[in-house]
Design a protein around this ligand. Structure first.
Ligand code: HEC
Ligand code: HEC
Length: 442
């Protein structure tokens, strides 16, 4: 494992409660635990690394930029909106079209398909609220601002903010819930006068949707944006409740800490051999660390391109620009805490050439349930992923200036199988079944 150029990521931010708690849970194991570790054949260094994985995802902390993040009514409204195809341009796509509850909130496709075909693979939403930056390139700095992006993107849901505000506030049931959470909304006459399709389109000022947007008064635009932001905040309140539940790995880590054999039995001998490779020789833990199995950072690992060739996706390089320019970011007027630490981190971000082609280390908590893999779904299954790390065959750029991030691991067949067996255990027991579809109307 070559040294990793972790410096130069200007956006390192272990703000998450789960990350902050690592130090506490990684303390030395109790004496009874030492004998269990010895029985399992684990070296002291391995024990330390494994305990660093936490043993559970800590409850989410407050999210000051979204004042309704923990509001139960907001979550019900958000749940309804998540499954509502009226929020798309032609009434055929909802968030759940790509984030299907039965597939761990992914779609099983290499590249997402909404009104058109995108360029990236759909990640799970389970436990995503624990992330610091959202999407593969971190183009959103909060869960609520992230939700606004697919709704207006032409190849995803292809709607516009005026269309969405009309759909939500024009529906009596949704309006009732919206007002219960956010207070009184603009009246029906105002809604009727809004253009059906209007949004700012910076690159194409002649676009009819951009023309319609400029035709609105400043006051109307602010009212539309406020309602649009609130819709994102309700969706975030729902998504924060989507957890994948406990992993066998969580039980194993707690068992190792507490010296409890019934808990360490959660992994069999081959899976444990895979975990040892993960934290040891294979060096996976250098990036896939902590309870989320992600450092929340951006790296270029040179994942192969579909059909070969050089990569064209700039990843974090453009992600930084997008999040800084986002009118709904944590520092914007629509944030409920525009001077919070979250906001300051966004303002401090700088785009540097090194960030070209980097993607966020994905969480591996649900990885067994979410094929295919990598930002463009390039690798069909976990065996292909492990073989890639083992040989680096087909690798494209390995970080900027060809600096080596990864070296081929040269795993033998038994090691490949053990590592795959361990990765196959990474699938939660599932969260609350009541969150897997639209809520019943009362
Ligand atoms: C057309 C398919 C599609 C639709 C519709 C869609 N998404 Fe996504 N979602 C994606 C893809 C693809 C990504 C990764 C985007 C990227 O990296 O550029 C993503 C990323 C995300 C993430 C980031 C997860 C993380 O770990 O950072 C969240 C949260 C999310 N979507 C929520 C939503 C919500 C809420 C909606 C509805 C408003 C929605 N999505 C609609 C495909 C879709
Ligand atoms: C240098 C940091 C780093 C190391 C070390 C690393 N990974 Fe990754 N991993 C990443 C990044 C970044 C991605 C996303 C890359 C992309 O999409 O282009 C990723 C993607 C993955 C994925 C795909 C997940 C998904 O949802 O698509 C799996 C599985 C995975 N890694 C497992 C491993 C294993 C197993 C090891 C050890 C053999 C390992 N990783 C080592 C950073 C790392």
């Amino acid at each position: 494992m070559a040294a990793m150029p972790l410096g130069g990521c200007g956006d390192r931010a272990s703000t998450d409660a789960t990350v902050a708690d690592d130090a506490a849970v990684a303390a030395e194991p109790a004496a009874s635990a030492a004998s269990l570790a010895a029985e399992l054949g684990l070296e002291a260094e391995e024990v330390r690394a494994i305990l660093g994985l936490g043993g559970r995802l800590e409850p989410l902390g407050p999210e000051p930029t979204n004042r309704v993040a923990t509001d139960a009514t907001a979550a019900v409204l958000g749940q309804r909106l998540f499954f509502d195809t009226r929020l798309s341009g032609d009434g055929s796509v909802s968030c759940a079209t790509c984030h299907e509850p039965g597939r761990a909130f992914t779609d099983g496709l290499a590249i997402a398909e909404g009104l058109g075909t995108g360029t990236r693979n759909t990640p799970t939403i389970l436990d995503a609220a624990h992330q610091r930056w959202f999407t593969w390139d971190g183009r959103a700095d909060s869960l609520w601002s992230q939700a606004l992006q697919p709704m207006e993107r032409p190849h995803e849901m292809g709607s516009t903010r005026t269309g969405i505000v009309r759909a939500v506030l024009g529906d009596p049931e949704l309006r009732r819930e919206y007002e219960a959470v956010f207070g009184s909304a603009p009246d029906a006459a105002w809604l009727e006068n809004l253009p059906e399709r209007a949004r700012p389109v910076p690159q194409a000022p002649d676009d009819p949707e951009a023309v319609a947007w400029s035709g609105l008064s400043e006051g109307d635009r602010l009212q539309v944006d406020e309602a649009f932001a609130n819709i994102g905040k309700a969706m975030a309140a729902y998504q924060r409740r989507l957890t994948g539940g406990e992993l066998p790995l969580d039980r194993f880590v707690r068992g190792l800490r507490e010296g409890d054999r019934t808990l360490t039995a959660a992994l069999d001998a081959r899976e444990l051999a895979g975990l040892r490779l993960f934290v040891g020789k294979a060096g996976c833990i250098d990036c896939h660390d902590g309870p989320l199995l992600s450092d929340g950072e951006f790296h270029a690992i040179g994942a192969p391109q579909v059909g070969g060739g050089m990569p064209s996706d700039a990843g974090r390089y453009l992600g930084v620009d997008i999040v800084k320019a986002d009118g709904f970011n944590a520092a914007s007027r629509w944030s409920d805490a525009p001077r919070s630490e979250r906001a300051l981190q966004t303002m401090r971000l700088a785009r540097t050439p090194e960030t070209w082609g980097r993607f966020r280390t994905p969480s591996l908590r649900q990885v067994a349930a979410t094929p295919p893999y990598m930002h463009a779904g390039q690798l069909p299954d976990l065996a292909a992923v492990v073989r890639f790390y083992s040989t680096l065959e087909g690798a494209t750029i390995l970080d900027h200036h060809q600096e080596t991030v990864l070296a081929p691991l040269g795993l033998d067949e038994a090691e490949v199988e053990a590592l795959v067996a361990f990765l196959e255990t990474l699938r939660g027991e599932g969260g609350d079944p009541a969150l897997l579809g639209p809520p019943a109307l009362d």
